[in-house]
Design a protein around this ligand. Structure first.
Ligand code: HEM
Length: 85
């Protein structure tokens, strides 16, 4: 059948903030970027700044032209449950 999308809170995402278990939120999508860390042209340290957090602002400030949906399609975990501050 059709899979329900997984809805996550920022609290849940925040638990995945280590280099061997690393999630990031971009544009309300939650990606598991653990396997991408070593391939990022900007380096692992830049990604770890927003490990377990919403990295949208830094992402778009740095490279709005990068197609994150296409690149990390297979790393999609789910979506943020709602807008949270
Ligand atoms: C460069 C992907 C998140 C910082 C790049 C490039 C790609 C990429 C493809 C090369 C762009 C180009 O040369 O046109 C991604 C993906 C991200 C991500 C898929 C999502 C997980 C971030 C974040 C930061 C960041 C959160 C934090 C500031 C940088 C920097 C460069 C870069 C500084 C430039 C490296 C250089 O040219 O020396 N990234 N990025 N990236 N990224 Fe990211």
């Amino acid at each position: 059948g059709v899979k329900e999308p997984l809805l996550l809170t920022l609290e849940e995402v925040a638990k995945h903030n280590k280099k061997d278990d690393c999630w990031i939120v971009i544009n309300n999508k939650v990606f598991n970027i653990t396997s991408y860390l070593d391939f990022h042209p900007g380096g692992r340290a830049q990604l770890m700044r927003v490990a377990g957090k919403d990295g949208s602002a830094l992402f778009y400030n740095t490279h709005a032209w990068v197609n994150v949906d296409a690149m990390l399609n297979k790393c999609l975990v789910g979506f943020l449950k709602s807008k949270q501050r």
